[in-house]
Design a protein around this ligand. Sequence first.
Ligand SMILES: Cc1cc2nc3c(=O)[nH]c(=O)nc-3n(C[C@H](O)[C@H](O)[C@H](O)COP(=O)(O)OP(=O)(O)OC[C@H]3O[C@@H](n4cnc5c(N)ncnc54)[C@H](O)[C@@H]3O)c2cc1C
Length: 434
Amino acid sequence: MKSIAPQYDCIVLGGGPAGSTAAALVAQAGFSTLLVERERMPREHVGESLMPETYWIFERLGVVDQLDAAGYAKKVGVQFVNNTGRESAPFFFRSHDDRRSSETWHVDRAHFDKLLFDNAAAKGAECRDGVRALEVLMDGDTARGVRLQTPGEDGSLQTVEAAARVVVDATGQSALIASRLGLQQMNPELKKAAIWQHFRGADRDETGGGVKTIIMHTCDKQSWFWYIPQADDVVSVGVVGDRDYLLKGRGAPATVFAEEMAKCAGVAERLADATPVDEVAVAKEFSYTTQQSAGDGWVLVGDAWGFIDPVYSSGVYFALKSAELAADCIVEGLRADDVSAAKLGAWLPEFSARTSLIRKLVHAFYSGEFRVGKFLMDHPQHQCELVDLLIGRVFGEQRGAIFDDLEPWLDRALAGEFQGEDGHDGGANVPAIA
Ligand SMILES: Cc1cc2nc3c(=O)[nH]c(=O)nc-3n(C[C@H](O)[C@H](O)[C@H](O)COP(=O)(O)OP(=O)(O)OC[C@H]3O[C@@H](n4cnc5c(N)ncnc54)[C@H](O)[C@@H]3O)c2cc1C
């Protein structure tokens, strides 16, 4: 195998959706680009439900046909089930916006991430799996390259250094640069954990021409389940709750998973005839941001930039979008021979402002009082914007007016002002789009 060169225009660390997107776009612009991934591809990853707005980036990457041909389950909508078991009417994306971009997929992440990794290679990036980034080499505050651990020809591990004009950190929750430089800011209110498993033979409702992501609260509202039907009759089922609640003193994760399922009739009924196809998996997830997301010669993208709770399935979309925006700044910077923090991070203020809309919606979800039916009865003018947010449409046109009314409305709800009043979601605290 060709050895890693001593010098690149751009080195991207991490071969998930963010890293592969950044590498593809920078390489396509004609700059020498190295993409390294520590695992062997394909590798498993949680996060299978996409947001429809991913479509535009797939189109730019030129992978829509490959994704169409991959045989993933087509995602046509979302549905919410409250803690009493009451189901919202499914919301079908195409009834809000009839364009092709309103449909997306529930992907097999191992396959999907490999497809994007291979696409980066097809666009001209040098893509290496099984290569771990050990360190970003700095000259003062300026990144000048990376130290990598790579298998040698005899299989032994070797350490090599490569210089780069720009280093992109796309190492996901490992967040190589942000954790080394102490830049992560954890959100203590969203210290969550997730336990999940895949099943075959589970209930599969395909009205609307595809499947839906279903979000279901447990009866005591201590946790919620995702239900993500995939191809080959597989369904991904996971529970999310406060970390201490799920993982402290309750025994094996499989036991906790079964106990939580017993508190969620919607999941238990759907899995009545199903059999597991793998072991349960666990992730401890924090929601976090980074206080500095670009420096001279370096920039963070995807989960390495920040992580937003998975309830609205926004992670892959924001990984792709941040990588796209960063790649445009990198290309401009390389062309102008300006790889300063200001140039590489020019996209960040707008990106942070737009993604904060989803963060606000996450906080509304966990407030325990987000009765969307009631809110929309009180403020019907916000129906469209709420649905746009769920599709991922936070960029482009100015948005966010919904929060001018939602935040004071939630304060009133938390103060008990609406007790006894009902919305069309039957008083549930779960978003119910009908
Ligand atoms: C429980 C849970 C459920 C989720 N559900 C959804 C969902 O339904 N929909 C959704 O869109 N998102 C979901 N997400 C979020 C989603 O998984 C992530 O946002 C997304 O994978 C981020 O992509 P990324 O490329 O930034 O990082 P990743 O996909 O994590 O990729 C980072 C890559 O970097 C590699 N790496 C790490 N360290 C190094 C190193 N030192 N050297 C080289 N390589 C390295 C890793 O091996 C990995 O392959 C979920 C997350 C969690 C925790």
